[in-house]
Write a protein that binds this ligand. Structure first.
Ligand SMILES: Nc1ncnc2c1ncn2[C@@H]1O[C@H](COP(=O)(O)OP(=O)(O)OP(=O)(O)O)[C@@H](O)[C@H]1O
Ligand SMILES: [Mg+2]
Length: 299
């Protein structure tokens, strides 16, 4: 639940067809990575444990095991349709909303499986927030957008809400843009401002993890840069998982990168996972290398 004192609120040259991976080398633990980085000691916030996600009979994500370190930015990369969004959404049970979908395996948040029957989904979505590809402010004022979550969780005192709203907007680096427009519709902001407003809305309920699905793909380069800088600022308080198609962005912002691809059954598998620098400069897997260097052939 929310803290009562808002002051305390943490607030591709296409040249050849790739061979699809035959095996499913998905059991890679961050702690097992090499290359000199002290990864073994990083606290783990979130973990997929042999996680498969199905839409009906179709297995979109196949037995992925990966550990997501606390207060770091982890990027999910890979070709379209390889299950990045599906995996991301399974991290806060957003896939529950898709009829016919189910998961096998576990997603552990601080060691507790979020799919356990005793888990409250509303609580999970408060602890694990999500920012989508297209900015999606609610059709209400800037203030009400940010206050929406806290109100849902029972905070109604005007001054408390005002502090939460200001704090969240400041943390999302959009306060200066909107401080004189708090009672204007969120839909009247620019795309970049709307996306930062959505980040503020996610922050306002004090999550510990923020999932971002291509958060900057609909934004111009300057707004993109602002969102990237913002992510760097936020990681001291939050664990961030980002899906991106932009290799430079993954290389610039993330600490760890997971490369996913579809296997012969057209299910998404984790091909390689490691420190971003290693993935981009010294990938261990040939398919990762082909992808990050842009030599990936897509049917
Ligand atoms: N709601 C759904 N119902 C049925 N199948 C779905 C649904 N959402 C995604 N899929 C399928 O699951 C697979 C993985 O899709 P997903 O959206 O996770 O891929 P992605 O890696 O995020 O792709 P992109 O880079 O294009 O966003 C695809 O084959 C897709 O068609
Ligand atoms: Mg996607």
């Amino acid at each position: 639940m929310l803290k009562s004192d808002p002051a305390e609120l943490r607030t591709m040259t296409l040249n050849k067809k790739p061979k699809l991976p035959k095996t499913t080398p998905t059991s890679i633990n961050v702690g097992e990575m090499e290359d000199g980085q002290d990864l073994a000691n990083l606290p783990i916030k979130l973990m997929a444990d042999k996680l498969s996600v199905f839409y009906g009979k179709y297995k979109a994500v196949d037995e992925i095991t990966m550990q997501i370190p606390k207060n770091r930015i982890t990027a999910l990369i890979g070709p379209s349709g390889c299950g990045k969004s599906t995996l991301l959404r399974s991290f806060n049970r957003m896939n529950d909303l898709v009829s016919g979908s189910h998961v096998e395996g576990q997603v552990l948040l601080d060691g507790k499986n979020i799919y356990d029957p005793d888990v409250d989904v509303v609580d999970i979505r408060q602890r694990i927030g999500m920012v989508f590809q297209r900015p999606n402010p609610f059709p209400m004022s800037v203030f009400d957008n940010v206050a929406f979550g806290p109100r849902l969780y029972g905070i109604h005192k005007k001054n408390v809400l005002a502090e939460i709203v200001e704090h969240s907007l400041r943390q999302a680096a959009v306060w200066d843009d909107v401080k004189d427009k708090l009672h204007q519709s969120g839909l009247e902001l620019s795309g970049g401002q709307q996306q930062r407003l959505c980040i503020a809305r996610a922050i306002a309920v004090e999550p510990s993890v923020i999932l971002m699905d291509e958060p900057a793909s609909a934004l111009d380069p300057i707004s993109t840069l602002k969102v990237e800088e913002l992510m760097q600022d936020l990681k001291s308080d939050y664990t961030i998982v980002i899906v991106t198609h932009n290799m430079q962005q993954a290389a610039r912002v993330s600490d760890f990168t997971a490369f996913l691809m579809i296997n012969e059954q057209r299910s998404g598998t984790l091909v390689e996972y490691g420190p971003t620098e290693q993935i981009f400069t010294n990938p261990h897997n040939r398919q990762t290398e082909e992808y990050v260097t842009g030599r990936f052939w897509i049917e």
